[in-house]
Design a protein. Structure first.
Length: 575
């Protein structure tokens, strides 16, 4: 009964969402591009209306007046309350063309009020929270490149209408050298005619510099005590800013993140995961993904702040002066990508904190990038990643990264001496500290381990493989021809006797001859321990069964000392 519409697209381009599973809570699957999709979402119902009805309801041309913070009182308008729109008949073809061209449905956007209200997506306990009146003033900085006008303006309306006016210093739109004709003159005129004088500012950069530099330009002219960075296709929820500002007021060295909801790129339906909060993680491929919070990270109440490991990129607030002190962004990074990892590592390692605020919600349209990446997307991403990796990681971690990006090790990624000086000046901790304290979920293959690298079966010569968590059967442990790349074949036999691959541990759910070993998060609960004899057995300690191999892959068998199929060799031994 679920068609694709019931899925939420991960949509950070090629950076797939993979995940660490929490049993039976949220189920994940993947689309044909191996992009991970999240199932079990709550959804507002879609409205299907005809083209004529669309036109009748379309109030965009009459201009939307500013309204109070709870949105329009006409809840029947097209797309009101975060409802999506779908198309019938001849409209469908036009819509398909628009999506092809803009990677999202600009026709739908034009039909939905700029000032629509969205459903309250917060935990129910958030609704009754009250916040101090006296909080830091805020500048919201929105860089954009060729963003469709109604989408950009809906972002602005939502900020203006749903941020307490005494806290909103300004909204700064930074046009990063857009080429789109539709964004020229009408935009500045629209702003002048529709928003309170001086509240919404527009600066235009003469050439495209990428979102990282564009954010810095916006920050430089901002006057608020706090800055918040936005994408140009977002819609904020009720009381989104107060939780962030409250935490910054308590501790100025705070990066405060809201929870991202999803605005569907084809229907513009506003969706959210009821009661489910997302944390973010990364692995040695620098794939950025959604995961869950550990039990020890959940506060006294469910809606209390929770520590984060890395950040999604936009939708966070930071004290403006502190942003400068910790080195804003690496201005050597180009276009898009990597700055979110770099900033999170830096903030944690240099004495700050990165937290999630469950009561701050913001909707974001996920879509693939509609713009070009000079030199190619892969090149830009690897370039930015290399800058971050070279500055912040220790040699041992860098090697895990290079193992996945062979072109990165020798590539020229510009001068990083200023960033290294910054690290020195701020007396930052090292990456080993970060891994042990902030992101222990990810295996540091060669730390506190007896054996690591690939694990090869001496009989059939295949290696244990995690399939890079590509969701075919996410819990399974596989065997594949050995290529020894850590991302899929990196396994460690740890000093605490756990058998771990990148993000998970090998466990046995049932203990009988013929049982299949599985992968599960290491960090939750007591995990199975294993014994290993150099170039010999890998034995499940509790059951006494030995890891063997058959046609379908790894399997548990009664130990037989003579069986070659029960002999395993790691490619690196520390003893
Ligand atoms: C995610 C983040 C984004 C940023 C990015 C990695 C969220 C919701 N989004 O990207 O904030 O951290 O990962 O870098 O966390 N833009 C420019 N100039 C350019 C390219 C983009 O101004 O040359 C603008 C663009 O119009 C948009 C913003 O930068 O408003 C982010 O770009 P995106 O929406 O394509 O990135 P997204 O959501 O995949
Ligand atoms: Mn975006």
């Amino acid at each position: 009964q679920h068609d694709n519409d019931d899925f939420i697209h991960g949509g950070r381009g090629i950076r797939r969402r993979v995940m660490v599973r929490r049993e039976d809570t949220v189920r994940y699957t993947a689309d044909h591009n191996q992009r991970a999709l999240l199932v079990n979402t709550s959804s507002q119902s879609l409205v299907t209306i005809t083209a004529d009805e669309f036109r009748k309801n379309n109030d965009i041309k009459s201009g939307n007046p500013l309204i109070d913070e709870y949105g329009s009182n006409d809840l029947h308008r097209t797309g009101e309350m975060g409802r999506g729109v779908t198309f019938v008949g001849t409209e469908k073809k036009k819509v398909a063309e628009a999506i092809e061209k803009y990677h999202l449905n600009v026709i739908a956007s034009d039909l939905i009020p700029l000032n629509r209200m969205v459903p309250d997506s917060r935990l129910s306990s958030c609704a009754s929270r009250t916040y101090e009146h006296d909080l830091p003033t805020t500048s919201v900085i929105v860089p954009f490149f060729d963003e469709w006008p109604s989408i950009l303006l809906r972002t602005v309306y939502s900020i203006v209408n749903r941020t307490p006016r005494h806290l909103l210093q300004e909204v700064i739109l930074v046009d990063d050298g857009s080429q789109m004709e539709e964004l020229r003159k009408p935009l500045s005129e629209y702003i002048k005619n529709n928003f309170p004088a001086g509240l919404v500012k527009l600066i235009r950069l003469p050439v495209r510099t990428g979102l990282i530099k564009a954010r810095i330009q916006g920050w430089k002219i901002s006057q608020g005590q706090v800055v918040v960075f936005f994408d140009s296709h977002m819609e904020v929820n009720i009381d989104w800013v107060q939780p962030l500002l409250t935490e910054i007021k308590k501790n100025r060295k705070t990066v405060a993140m809201g929870v991202l909801d999803y605005v569907n790129s084809e229907t513009f339906e506003y969706r959210f995961n009821e009661g489910y909060l997302t944390r973010y993680g990364f692995d040695w491929r620098l794939v950025f993904f959604e995961t869950f919070f550990r039990q020890d990270q959940v506060g006294i109440t469910e809606d209390a702040p929770r520590p984060g490991a890395v950040m999604v990129g936009a939708a966070y607030a930071i004290d403006s002066k502190y942003f400068g002190e910790i080195g804003s962004y690496d201005e050597g990074m180009k276009v898009w990508g990597g700055e979110n990892l770099e900033m999170a590592w830096r903030v944690w390692m240099c004495g700050g904190r990165l937290i999630h605020l469950p009561c701050s919600h913001l909707g974001h349209i996920a879509r693939t990038q509609p713009y070009s990446f000079p030199g190619g997307r892969h090149h830009i991403e690897v370039y930015n990643y290399r800058r971050a990796v070279e500055v912040w990681m220790d040699p041992q971690h860098k090697n895990f990264i290079y193992d996945h990006f062979p072109d990165m090790k020798t590539m020229d990624s510009g001068d990083i001496t200023e960033r290294l000086k910054l690290k020195e000046r701020l007396h930052c901790k090292n990456f080993t500290w970060y891994m042990e304290n902030i992101w222990p979920e990810l295996a540091v293959f060669d730390r506190n381990t007896f054996a690591w690298g690939s694990a090869r079966n001496l009989q059939d010569n295949r290696c244990l493989d995690n399939h890079q968590y590509l969701f075919q059967a996410p819990d399974n442990l596989f065997a594949e021809e050995c290529h020894h790349h850590l991302a899929s074949q990196g396994f460690s036999w740890r000093q605490d006797k756990l058998l771990q691959t990148s993000l998970q541990c090998v466990v046995l759910k049932q203990m009988f001859d013929g049982a299949r070993p599985m992968l599960e998060d290491c960090i939750i609960g007591p995990r199975d321990t294993w014994l290993h004899e150099k170039n010999g057995f890998i034995k499940h300690e509790k059951s006494g069964l030995c890891l063997d191999m058959d046609g379908s892959g790894p399997v548990m068998r009664t130990c037989q000392p003579a069986a070659i199929s029960q002999k395993w060799q790691f490619n690196k031994y520390n003893y």
